[in-house]
Ligand binder design. Sequence first.
Ligand SMILES: C[S@@+](CC[C@H](N)C(=O)[O-])C[C@H]1O[C@@H](n2cnc3c(N)ncnc32)[C@H](O)[C@@H]1O
Length: 312
Amino acid sequence: MVQYHTVHYVPASHPLILPQNLTPAGIPEDELILSSTVVTGAALEVLQNIPAGLAQVVVTSPPYWSLRDYDIPGQIGLEDDPDAYIESLVKVFAEVQRVLADDGTLWLNIGDSYTSGGRTWRAPDKKNPARAMATRPPTPPGLKSKDLVGIPWKLAFALQKAGWYLRSDIVWRKPNTTPESVKDRPTRSHEYLFLLTKSERYFYDHRAVREANDRQVRSVWDINTEGLRDVHFATFPTKLVEPCILLGSQRGDVVLDPFFGSGTVGVVAIETGRAFLGIELNPTYVEIAKRRLDTMGGRFDRRVEQIESIAV
Ligand SMILES: C[S@@+](CC[C@H](N)C(=O)[O-])C[C@H]1O[C@@H](n2cnc3c(N)ncnc32)[C@H](O)[C@@H]1O
């Protein structure tokens, strides 16, 4: 048995069918299917306890390789070798695939990393204090110092090999990207967002999001990054999440984010009339997510917090 801290938001209009072993005490049965949930725990373990087919759409941004120390045991992203990192993510996404509806979609935002160039730590950066790292992985075998690792495509191909349909690479272009002090390569101003599916045919509401002149959504999205006060790690912008949820689900569906961070996916899910299930390892970030979700208070009747035991 493992104990998890859970927070259930119980509104009147956003259904979520909770896994039986995560049934919160004190919520009447008919309201159980009307709540959104944040679980504090490791994505893989928690997902193993979620029923198959619960989520219609998954929008998520896993920790990037060797970029940030989230300072908590069990975190993904500090593996010495990028292949080990990819392997951890492939395992998590195998569970995600089970929890996704057969006609569901996964929208996966992932950034690239450079090898450390021989430095074994990263000093705090004035603009971005969370990028300080006490340890940085050594240059992995097969790569040279200063190499761009190519993480997004390595991960995309690994997921494809594991059975996912790789349907689209979307370039998230950041017009307001953070300047870099490098003098020997262009400043990075994009990240990838992959659209992956469980089946060949799937739910995709192409009418839900249109570009100027009623054009179909294209594969380069211009979206500014959004900083959150008091949050020193990378959150993705609500504007990046919104089209994924609108294209991939309908009102009342469940949106899953197994790396919930500050809860951006929860915020957009509620704004667009969906329920959410968020999983986050770091209790400090769960507190941030709760603060954000609580500002949407009018949309919930109540919040139920408790420790729940689930069999692992
Ligand atoms: C890139 S951040 C996600 C940010 C989020 N999209 C937002 O907008 O706030 C990745 C998150 O994954 C969490 N994380 C790291 N390892 C994890 C694990 N094994 N299970 C669940 N969460 C994990 C980190 O604590 C961090 O909050």
